[in-house]
Design a protein around this ligand. Structure first.
Ligand SMILES: Cc1ncc(COP(=O)(O)O)c(C=O)c1O
Length: 468
Protein backbone atom coordinates (compact mmCIF):
# COMPACT_ATOMS: atom_id res chain seq x y z
CA UNK A 1 0.00 0.00 0.00
CA UNK A 2 1.33 3.47 -0.88
CA UNK A 3 1.39 5.68 2.20
CA UNK A 4 1.79 9.37 1.66
CA UNK A 5 4.02 11.11 4.22
CA UNK A 6 4.61 14.82 4.08
CA UNK A 7 7.46 16.58 5.88
CA UNK A 8 6.87 20.09 7.20
CA UNK A 9 9.90 22.30 7.62
CA UNK A 10 11.19 22.43 11.15
CA UNK A 11 9.69 19.12 12.26
CA UNK A 12 11.68 15.95 12.91
CA UNK A 13 11.24 13.35 10.19
CA UNK A 14 10.98 10.43 12.61
CA UNK A 15 8.27 12.21 14.57
CA UNK A 16 6.37 13.09 11.41
CA UNK A 17 6.38 9.49 10.18
CA UNK A 18 5.21 8.36 13.62
CA UNK A 19 2.52 11.04 13.85
CA UNK A 20 1.10 10.56 10.38
CA UNK A 21 0.96 6.76 10.59
CA UNK A 22 -0.67 6.99 14.01
CA UNK A 23 -3.28 9.43 12.67
CA UNK A 24 -4.00 7.10 9.73
CA UNK A 25 -4.56 4.19 12.10
CA UNK A 26 -6.73 6.22 14.46
CA UNK A 27 -9.02 7.60 11.79
CA UNK A 28 -9.42 4.28 9.99
CA UNK A 29 -7.47 4.96 6.78
CA UNK A 30 -5.20 2.13 7.91
CA UNK A 31 -7.21 -0.77 9.23
CA UNK A 32 -6.45 -3.76 11.47
CA UNK A 33 -4.35 -6.27 9.54
CA UNK A 34 -3.16 -3.80 6.88
CA UNK A 35 0.54 -4.32 6.13
CA UNK A 36 2.95 -1.38 6.41
CA UNK A 37 5.61 -0.98 3.74
CA UNK A 38 8.96 -2.58 4.65
CA UNK A 39 11.20 -0.01 6.39
CA UNK A 40 13.72 -0.09 3.56
CA UNK A 41 11.04 0.68 0.95
CA UNK A 42 9.38 3.51 2.88
CA UNK A 43 12.80 5.00 3.68
CA UNK A 44 13.68 5.04 0.00
CA UNK A 45 10.35 6.53 -0.99
CA UNK A 46 10.33 9.38 1.50
CA UNK A 47 14.10 9.87 1.27
CA UNK A 48 15.13 9.32 4.87
CA UNK A 49 17.46 6.77 6.42
CA UNK A 50 16.10 3.34 7.17
CA UNK A 51 16.88 3.89 10.88
CA UNK A 52 14.48 6.85 10.93
CA UNK A 53 11.60 4.70 9.66
CA UNK A 54 12.54 1.81 11.98
CA UNK A 55 12.52 4.15 14.97
CA UNK A 56 9.01 5.39 14.06
CA UNK A 57 7.77 1.80 13.59
CA UNK A 58 9.35 0.73 16.90
CA UNK A 59 7.56 3.48 18.77
CA UNK A 60 4.20 2.61 17.16
CA UNK A 61 4.81 -1.06 18.00
CA UNK A 62 5.68 -0.23 21.61
CA UNK A 63 2.49 1.83 21.91
CA UNK A 64 0.36 -1.04 20.60
CA UNK A 65 -0.49 0.33 17.16
CA UNK A 66 1.59 -2.15 15.18
CA UNK A 67 2.57 -5.82 15.32
CA UNK A 68 5.97 -6.73 13.91
CA UNK A 69 6.27 -10.32 12.69
CA UNK A 70 9.83 -11.35 12.03
CA UNK A 71 10.12 -12.45 8.44
CA UNK A 72 6.63 -11.42 7.31
CA UNK A 73 6.48 -7.69 8.06
CA UNK A 74 4.73 -5.08 10.15
CA UNK A 75 0.94 -4.88 10.39
CA UNK A 76 -1.67 -2.69 12.02
CA UNK A 77 -2.65 -4.41 15.25
CA UNK A 78 -6.22 -5.61 15.85
CA UNK A 79 -8.22 -3.07 17.81
CA UNK A 80 -5.60 -0.35 17.38
CA UNK A 81 -7.60 1.83 15.04
CA UNK A 82 -11.10 2.99 14.59
CA UNK A 83 -12.10 1.02 11.53
CA UNK A 84 -15.63 1.03 12.88
CA UNK A 85 -15.78 4.81 12.63
CA UNK A 86 -15.57 6.69 9.39
CA UNK A 87 -12.78 9.22 9.09
CA UNK A 88 -14.08 12.54 10.38
CA UNK A 89 -14.78 14.83 7.45
CA UNK A 90 -13.26 18.27 7.51
CA UNK A 91 -15.87 21.01 7.21
CA UNK A 92 -16.08 22.35 3.67
CA UNK A 93 -17.68 25.53 2.36
CA UNK A 94 -18.90 23.67 -0.75
CA UNK A 95 -22.63 23.11 -1.11
CA UNK A 96 -24.62 21.37 -3.84
CA UNK A 97 -26.93 23.40 -6.09
CA UNK A 98 -30.28 23.79 -4.24
CA UNK A 99 -32.20 21.27 -6.34
CA UNK A 100 -30.11 18.46 -4.87
CA UNK A 101 -31.32 19.27 -1.37
CA UNK A 102 -34.85 18.66 -2.61
CA UNK A 103 -34.03 15.20 -4.00
CA UNK A 104 -34.80 12.11 -1.89
CA UNK A 105 -31.81 10.12 -0.71
CA UNK A 106 -30.55 7.54 -3.17
CA UNK A 107 -31.39 3.98 -2.12
CA UNK A 108 -28.09 2.44 -1.05
CA UNK A 109 -28.98 -1.21 -1.31
CA UNK A 110 -31.67 -3.47 -2.72
CA UNK A 111 -30.33 -6.60 -1.07
CA UNK A 112 -33.27 -8.57 0.32
CA UNK A 113 -33.43 -8.58 4.07
CA UNK A 114 -37.13 -9.25 4.57
CA UNK A 115 -38.55 -12.72 5.04
CA UNK A 116 -41.13 -12.00 2.33
CA UNK A 117 -39.90 -9.64 -0.38
CA UNK A 118 -42.77 -8.33 -2.52
CA UNK A 119 -40.91 -5.25 -3.78
CA UNK A 120 -41.73 -4.35 -7.35
CA UNK A 121 -39.06 -4.14 -10.00
CA UNK A 122 -36.61 -6.57 -8.42
CA UNK A 123 -35.92 -9.69 -10.50
CA UNK A 124 -35.01 -13.11 -9.12
CA UNK A 125 -31.21 -13.13 -9.02
CA UNK A 126 -31.23 -16.86 -8.35
CA UNK A 127 -32.37 -17.19 -11.94
CA UNK A 128 -29.31 -15.34 -13.27
CA UNK A 129 -27.39 -17.58 -15.74
CA UNK A 130 -24.24 -17.55 -13.62
CA UNK A 131 -22.26 -20.31 -15.35
CA UNK A 132 -22.96 -19.05 -18.86
CA UNK A 133 -22.26 -15.45 -17.94
CA UNK A 134 -18.94 -16.39 -16.32
CA UNK A 135 -17.94 -18.20 -19.50
CA UNK A 136 -19.00 -15.30 -21.71
CA UNK A 137 -17.13 -12.68 -19.69
CA UNK A 138 -14.06 -14.91 -19.35
CA UNK A 139 -14.14 -15.28 -23.11
CA UNK A 140 -13.83 -11.50 -23.45
CA UNK A 141 -10.94 -11.24 -21.03
CA UNK A 142 -8.21 -12.86 -23.13
CA UNK A 143 -4.95 -11.27 -24.09
CA UNK A 144 -5.72 -12.00 -27.72
CA UNK A 145 -8.95 -9.98 -27.40
CA UNK A 146 -7.45 -7.10 -25.41
CA UNK A 147 -9.05 -4.51 -27.71
CA UNK A 148 -12.24 -4.95 -25.77
CA UNK A 149 -10.50 -3.18 -22.88
CA UNK A 150 -9.76 0.04 -24.71
CA UNK A 151 -12.19 2.94 -25.26
CA UNK A 152 -14.91 1.82 -27.60
CA UNK A 153 -17.72 3.37 -29.61
CA UNK A 154 -19.83 5.52 -27.23
CA UNK A 155 -22.93 4.47 -29.17
CA UNK A 156 -22.28 0.91 -28.07
CA UNK A 157 -20.61 -2.33 -29.08
CA UNK A 158 -21.62 -2.89 -32.73
CA UNK A 159 -22.40 -6.56 -32.16
CA UNK A 160 -24.65 -5.74 -29.24
CA UNK A 161 -26.46 -3.01 -31.14
CA UNK A 162 -27.14 -5.49 -33.93
CA UNK A 163 -28.32 -8.15 -31.45
CA UNK A 164 -30.65 -5.66 -29.71
CA UNK A 165 -32.09 -4.45 -33.02
CA UNK A 166 -32.83 -8.08 -33.98
CA UNK A 167 -34.26 -8.94 -30.57
CA UNK A 168 -36.71 -6.02 -30.33
CA UNK A 169 -37.65 -6.52 -33.97
CA UNK A 170 -38.65 -10.11 -33.26
CA UNK A 171 -40.13 -9.83 -29.80
CA UNK A 172 -41.72 -6.37 -29.91
CA UNK A 173 -42.08 -5.52 -33.56
CA UNK A 174 -39.86 -2.46 -33.12
CA UNK A 175 -38.26 -1.66 -36.43
CA UNK A 176 -34.69 -0.56 -35.79
CA UNK A 177 -31.35 -0.84 -37.53
CA UNK A 178 -28.20 -1.39 -35.40
CA UNK A 179 -27.35 2.24 -36.04
CA UNK A 180 -30.62 3.38 -34.45
CA UNK A 181 -29.63 1.75 -31.14
CA UNK A 182 -27.59 3.40 -28.40
CA UNK A 183 -26.40 1.17 -25.55
CA UNK A 184 -26.79 2.80 -22.13
CA UNK A 185 -26.17 2.22 -18.46
CA UNK A 186 -29.71 0.99 -17.85
CA UNK A 187 -32.99 2.59 -18.87
CA UNK A 188 -32.21 5.39 -16.45
CA UNK A 189 -29.26 6.63 -18.45
CA UNK A 190 -31.27 6.40 -21.67
CA UNK A 191 -33.91 8.70 -20.14
CA UNK A 192 -31.19 11.04 -18.85
CA UNK A 193 -29.55 11.35 -22.25
CA UNK A 194 -32.86 12.06 -23.98
CA UNK A 195 -33.72 14.77 -21.47
CA UNK A 196 -30.28 16.37 -21.78
CA UNK A 197 -30.52 16.48 -25.52
CA UNK A 198 -34.16 17.62 -25.80
CA UNK A 199 -35.00 19.78 -22.78
CA UNK A 200 -33.83 23.29 -21.98
CA UNK A 201 -33.87 24.46 -18.35
CA UNK A 202 -37.29 25.92 -17.56
CA UNK A 203 -39.12 23.89 -20.21
CA UNK A 204 -42.07 21.71 -19.30
CA UNK A 205 -42.14 17.92 -19.19
CA UNK A 206 -44.90 15.47 -18.25
CA UNK A 207 -44.78 12.15 -16.40
CA UNK A 208 -47.41 9.66 -15.32
CA UNK A 209 -49.09 10.00 -11.93
CA UNK A 210 -48.90 7.49 -10.35
CA UNK A 211 -45.59 6.79 -11.99
CA UNK A 212 -42.02 5.64 -11.77
CA UNK A 213 -40.29 8.37 -9.72
CA UNK A 214 -36.73 8.50 -11.17
CA UNK A 215 -37.58 10.20 -14.51
CA UNK A 216 -39.58 12.93 -12.76
CA UNK A 217 -36.72 13.60 -10.32
CA UNK A 218 -34.15 13.49 -13.07
CA UNK A 219 -36.05 16.02 -15.23
CA UNK A 220 -36.28 18.30 -12.19
CA UNK A 221 -32.53 18.17 -11.64
CA UNK A 222 -32.06 19.31 -15.24
CA UNK A 223 -34.13 22.40 -14.51
CA UNK A 224 -37.35 21.26 -16.19
CA UNK A 225 -40.80 22.01 -14.81
CA UNK A 226 -42.36 18.61 -14.40
CA UNK A 227 -46.10 17.88 -14.34
CA UNK A 228 -47.72 14.68 -13.10
CA UNK A 229 -50.52 13.65 -15.44
CA UNK A 230 -53.22 11.28 -14.14
CA UNK A 231 -53.44 7.70 -15.32
CA UNK A 232 -56.75 5.86 -15.63
CA UNK A 233 -57.58 2.33 -16.76
CA UNK A 234 -56.63 3.23 -20.34
CA UNK A 235 -53.28 4.73 -19.35
CA UNK A 236 -52.10 8.34 -19.41
CA UNK A 237 -55.01 10.78 -19.68
CA UNK A 238 -53.69 12.55 -22.74
CA UNK A 239 -56.21 15.38 -22.53
CA UNK A 240 -54.80 16.29 -19.11
CA UNK A 241 -51.24 16.98 -20.33
CA UNK A 242 -50.65 20.68 -19.61
CA UNK A 243 -49.99 22.89 -22.61
CA UNK A 244 -46.37 23.62 -23.42
CA UNK A 245 -44.88 20.23 -22.52
CA UNK A 246 -41.92 19.36 -24.73
CA UNK A 247 -41.39 15.84 -23.46
CA UNK A 248 -43.60 13.15 -21.97
CA UNK A 249 -42.43 9.96 -20.27
CA UNK A 250 -44.77 6.92 -20.36
CA UNK A 251 -44.80 3.18 -19.64
CA UNK A 252 -47.47 2.06 -22.14
CA UNK A 253 -46.88 -1.71 -22.14
CA UNK A 254 -47.17 -2.15 -18.40
CA UNK A 255 -47.92 1.05 -16.55
CA UNK A 256 -45.69 1.47 -13.54
CA UNK A 257 -47.00 0.95 -10.90
CA UNK A 258 -50.67 0.39 -11.88
CA UNK A 259 -49.88 -2.50 -14.23
CA UNK A 260 -52.36 -1.89 -17.04
CA UNK A 261 -51.52 -1.48 -20.73
CA UNK A 262 -52.27 1.82 -22.46
CA UNK A 263 -55.24 1.36 -24.80
CA UNK A 264 -54.76 1.68 -28.54
CA UNK A 265 -57.06 4.70 -28.51
CA UNK A 266 -54.84 6.47 -26.00
CA UNK A 267 -51.68 5.49 -27.83
CA UNK A 268 -52.99 7.11 -30.96
CA UNK A 269 -54.17 10.14 -28.99
CA UNK A 270 -50.74 10.53 -27.43
CA UNK A 271 -49.00 10.37 -30.80
CA UNK A 272 -51.46 12.89 -32.13
CA UNK A 273 -50.81 15.14 -29.11
CA UNK A 274 -47.05 14.87 -29.80
CA UNK A 275 -47.59 16.09 -33.34
CA UNK A 276 -49.80 18.99 -32.31
CA UNK A 277 -47.39 20.12 -29.60
CA UNK A 278 -44.12 19.40 -31.37
CA UNK A 279 -43.15 17.22 -28.43
CA UNK A 280 -41.10 14.06 -27.88
CA UNK A 281 -42.39 10.89 -26.22
CA UNK A 282 -40.23 8.52 -24.18
CA UNK A 283 -41.66 5.00 -24.27
CA UNK A 284 -40.16 3.00 -21.39
CA UNK A 285 -40.65 -0.69 -22.24
CA UNK A 286 -38.84 -1.94 -19.15
CA UNK A 287 -40.37 -5.37 -18.51
CA UNK A 288 -42.58 -6.56 -21.33
CA UNK A 289 -40.36 -9.49 -22.22
CA UNK A 290 -42.60 -11.04 -19.58
CA UNK A 291 -46.06 -11.14 -21.08
CA UNK A 292 -48.44 -13.85 -19.93
CA UNK A 293 -51.66 -13.41 -21.84
CA UNK A 294 -53.08 -11.79 -24.90
CA UNK A 295 -51.28 -10.19 -27.78
CA UNK A 296 -49.17 -7.22 -26.79
CA UNK A 297 -50.37 -3.94 -28.20
CA UNK A 298 -48.07 -2.39 -30.73
CA UNK A 299 -45.42 -0.23 -29.11
CA UNK A 300 -45.90 3.50 -29.57
CA UNK A 301 -42.65 3.38 -31.49
CA UNK A 302 -44.20 1.14 -34.17
CA UNK A 303 -47.38 3.21 -34.39
CA UNK A 304 -45.42 6.43 -34.75
CA UNK A 305 -45.01 7.58 -38.32
CA UNK A 306 -43.61 10.98 -37.30
CA UNK A 307 -40.43 9.81 -35.56
CA UNK A 308 -41.28 11.42 -32.22
CA UNK A 309 -40.97 8.34 -30.02
CA UNK A 310 -37.80 7.35 -28.20
CA UNK A 311 -37.99 3.68 -27.29
CA UNK A 312 -36.18 2.69 -24.07
CA UNK A 313 -35.38 -0.87 -22.98
CA UNK A 314 -33.63 -2.41 -20.01
CA UNK A 315 -31.80 -5.62 -19.18
CA UNK A 316 -32.41 -5.03 -15.48
CA UNK A 317 -35.46 -7.28 -15.29
CA UNK A 318 -34.47 -9.97 -17.79
CA UNK A 319 -30.90 -10.33 -16.49
CA UNK A 320 -29.88 -8.24 -13.48
CA UNK A 321 -30.04 -4.56 -12.53
CA UNK A 322 -26.46 -4.59 -11.26
CA UNK A 323 -25.14 -5.10 -14.80
CA UNK A 324 -26.43 -1.61 -15.70
CA UNK A 325 -27.41 -2.42 -19.25
CA UNK A 326 -30.16 -0.74 -21.22
CA UNK A 327 -30.68 0.85 -24.59
CA UNK A 328 -32.39 3.56 -26.52
CA UNK A 329 -33.81 3.55 -30.03
CA UNK A 330 -33.80 7.13 -31.27
CA UNK A 331 -34.63 8.91 -34.53
CA UNK A 332 -31.63 9.62 -36.76
CA UNK A 333 -32.01 13.37 -36.16
CA UNK A 334 -30.97 12.91 -32.52
CA UNK A 335 -28.34 10.22 -32.93
CA UNK A 336 -25.26 12.42 -33.14
CA UNK A 337 -26.26 14.57 -30.16
CA UNK A 338 -27.20 11.51 -28.08
CA UNK A 339 -23.87 9.86 -28.82
CA UNK A 340 -22.06 13.04 -27.81
CA UNK A 341 -24.10 13.15 -24.58
CA UNK A 342 -23.29 9.50 -23.88
CA UNK A 343 -19.59 10.00 -24.43
CA UNK A 344 -19.55 13.06 -22.18
CA UNK A 345 -21.48 11.21 -19.48
CA UNK A 346 -19.28 8.10 -19.20
CA UNK A 347 -17.62 7.58 -22.57
CA UNK A 348 -19.27 4.20 -23.03
CA UNK A 349 -20.91 1.32 -21.23
CA UNK A 350 -18.36 -1.29 -20.06
CA UNK A 351 -17.16 -2.98 -23.24
CA UNK A 352 -16.48 -6.53 -22.01
CA UNK A 353 -19.98 -6.66 -20.53
CA UNK A 354 -21.53 -5.41 -23.77
CA UNK A 355 -19.56 -7.95 -25.77
CA UNK A 356 -20.57 -10.77 -23.40
CA UNK A 357 -24.23 -9.84 -23.77
CA UNK A 358 -23.90 -9.69 -27.55
CA UNK A 359 -22.54 -13.23 -27.58
CA UNK A 360 -25.27 -14.41 -25.18
CA UNK A 361 -27.92 -13.01 -27.53
CA UNK A 362 -26.24 -14.36 -30.68
CA UNK A 363 -25.91 -17.86 -29.25
CA UNK A 364 -29.62 -17.96 -28.40
CA UNK A 365 -28.98 -18.23 -24.66
CA UNK A 366 -30.70 -14.93 -23.96
CA UNK A 367 -33.94 -15.97 -25.67
CA UNK A 368 -33.92 -19.31 -23.79
CA UNK A 369 -33.29 -17.48 -20.52
CA UNK A 370 -36.21 -15.11 -21.17
CA UNK A 371 -38.54 -18.02 -22.04
CA UNK A 372 -37.66 -19.96 -18.88
CA UNK A 373 -37.96 -16.86 -16.70
CA UNK A 374 -41.31 -16.02 -18.26
CA UNK A 375 -42.71 -19.44 -17.31
CA UNK A 376 -41.53 -19.01 -13.73
CA UNK A 377 -42.83 -15.45 -13.36
CA UNK A 378 -46.13 -16.36 -14.97
CA UNK A 379 -46.71 -18.98 -12.27
CA UNK A 380 -45.97 -16.35 -9.61
CA UNK A 381 -48.16 -13.75 -11.32
CA UNK A 382 -51.10 -16.17 -11.47
CA UNK A 383 -50.66 -17.23 -7.85
CA UNK A 384 -50.53 -13.64 -6.53
CA UNK A 385 -53.67 -12.79 -8.47
CA UNK A 386 -55.50 -15.92 -7.30
CA UNK A 387 -54.66 -15.35 -3.65
CA UNK A 388 -55.57 -11.65 -3.83
CA UNK A 389 -58.95 -12.48 -5.35
CA UNK A 390 -59.62 -15.31 -2.93
CA UNK A 391 -58.33 -13.95 0.39
CA UNK A 392 -58.48 -10.18 0.06
CA UNK A 393 -61.98 -9.73 -1.36
CA UNK A 394 -63.59 -6.60 0.04
CA UNK A 395 -60.18 -5.20 1.08
CA UNK A 396 -58.24 -5.01 -2.16
CA UNK A 397 -59.31 -4.85 -5.79
CA UNK A 398 -56.63 -6.39 -8.03
CA UNK A 399 -55.97 -4.35 -11.16
CA UNK A 400 -56.00 -6.41 -14.39
CA UNK A 401 -52.48 -6.86 -15.71
CA UNK A 402 -50.85 -9.56 -17.75
CA UNK A 403 -47.19 -8.68 -17.95
CA UNK A 404 -44.08 -7.82 -16.00
CA UNK A 405 -42.99 -8.43 -12.45
CA UNK A 406 -45.75 -6.87 -10.40
CA UNK A 407 -49.51 -6.78 -9.86
CA UNK A 408 -51.21 -3.90 -8.07
CA UNK A 409 -54.48 -3.66 -6.20
CA UNK A 410 -56.60 -0.67 -5.24
CA UNK A 411 -57.71 -0.16 -1.66
CA UNK A 412 -60.20 2.23 -0.10
CA UNK A 413 -57.95 3.21 2.81
CA UNK A 414 -54.46 4.69 3.05
CA UNK A 415 -52.03 1.79 2.62
CA UNK A 416 -48.90 3.52 3.96
CA UNK A 417 -49.55 2.42 7.57
CA UNK A 418 -50.14 -1.11 6.27
CA UNK A 419 -46.77 -1.09 4.51
CA UNK A 420 -45.09 0.01 7.74
CA UNK A 421 -46.83 -2.64 9.82
CA UNK A 422 -46.05 -5.28 7.19
CA UNK A 423 -42.39 -4.35 7.33
CA UNK A 424 -42.35 -4.98 11.06
CA UNK A 425 -43.86 -8.40 10.37
CA UNK A 426 -41.12 -9.25 7.85
CA UNK A 427 -42.87 -8.27 4.59
CA UNK A 428 -41.48 -5.68 2.16
CA UNK A 429 -43.81 -4.13 -0.36
CA UNK A 430 -44.72 -0.72 -1.75
CA UNK A 431 -48.00 1.16 -1.61
CA UNK A 432 -49.49 2.94 -4.63
CA UNK A 433 -49.28 6.08 -2.48
CA UNK A 434 -45.47 5.83 -2.80
CA UNK A 435 -45.80 6.69 -6.50
CA UNK A 436 -48.33 9.51 -6.59
CA UNK A 437 -48.91 13.10 -5.57
CA UNK A 438 -52.65 12.28 -5.42
CA UNK A 439 -52.42 10.27 -2.24
CA UNK A 440 -56.07 10.67 -1.30
CA UNK A 441 -57.23 9.25 -4.65
CA UNK A 442 -54.65 6.63 -5.52
CA UNK A 443 -54.56 4.06 -2.75
CA UNK A 444 -53.45 0.50 -2.84
CA UNK A 445 -50.62 -1.99 -2.74
CA UNK A 446 -48.06 -3.11 -5.31
CA UNK A 447 -47.12 -6.78 -5.26
CA UNK A 448 -43.80 -7.51 -6.88
CA UNK A 449 -43.12 -11.20 -7.43
CA UNK A 450 -39.67 -10.99 -9.00
CA UNK A 451 -37.76 -11.46 -5.77
CA UNK A 452 -40.03 -13.86 -3.91
CA UNK A 453 -39.93 -17.59 -4.76
CA UNK A 454 -43.22 -19.25 -5.75
CA UNK A 455 -43.51 -21.25 -2.54
CA UNK A 456 -43.13 -18.14 -0.34
CA UNK A 457 -45.98 -16.24 -1.97
CA UNK A 458 -48.92 -17.85 -0.17
CA UNK A 459 -47.34 -17.76 3.32
CA UNK A 460 -46.32 -14.13 2.72
CA UNK A 461 -49.79 -13.09 1.61
CA UNK A 462 -51.39 -15.01 4.48
CA UNK A 463 -49.26 -13.01 6.91
CA UNK A 464 -50.10 -9.77 5.10
CA UNK A 465 -53.81 -10.61 5.37
CA UNK A 466 -53.41 -10.71 9.14
CA UNK A 467 -51.60 -7.33 9.11
CA UNK A 468 -54.39 -5.77 7.01
C1 LIG B 1 -40.66 1.83 -14.95
C2 LIG B 1 -39.25 1.36 -14.90
N1 LIG B 1 -38.41 1.69 -15.87
C3 LIG B 1 -37.13 1.26 -15.89
C4 LIG B 1 -36.65 0.46 -14.88
C5 LIG B 1 -35.28 -0.10 -14.99
O1 LIG B 1 -34.35 0.83 -14.97
P1 LIG B 1 -32.81 0.52 -15.21
O2 LIG B 1 -32.66 -0.13 -16.55
O3 LIG B 1 -32.21 1.86 -15.13
O4 LIG B 1 -32.37 -0.40 -14.11
C6 LIG B 1 -37.47 0.14 -13.82
C7 LIG B 1 -36.94 -0.64 -12.68
O5 LIG B 1 -37.52 -0.78 -11.66
C8 LIG B 1 -38.80 0.58 -13.84
O6 LIG B 1 -39.64 0.23 -12.86
Amino acid sequence: MDIHIEFAPGRGRRDEIYRQLRAAILDGRLRAGDPLPPTRELARRVEVSRNTVSAAYDRLTAEGFLDAHVGSGTFVRDGAGRADRPAPGLPSPLRPVEIWDAMPNAPRSFVTTAEFDFRAGVPDLRRFPFDTWRRLVANQLRESAADVLTYGDPQGHPGLRAAIARQIGLSRGVRAEPDDVLVTGGAQQAIDLVARVLLRPGEHAAVEDPGYPPPRLLFQTLGARVHGVPVDDEGLVVDAIPPGCRLVYVTPSHQYPIGTAMSLRRRLALLDWGGRNDAAIIEDDYDTEFRYAGRPLEPLHSLDSANRVLYVGSFSKVLAPGLRLGFLVAPPSLRVALTKAKSLADWQTANPIQAALAQFMDEGGFARHVRASRREYEARHDLVRRVLERDFAGLLTPIPSSAGLHVSAFASADMRPVVKAARKAGIRLYSLEDFTARKAEVRGLVFGYGAIPLDRIEPGLRLLRRVL
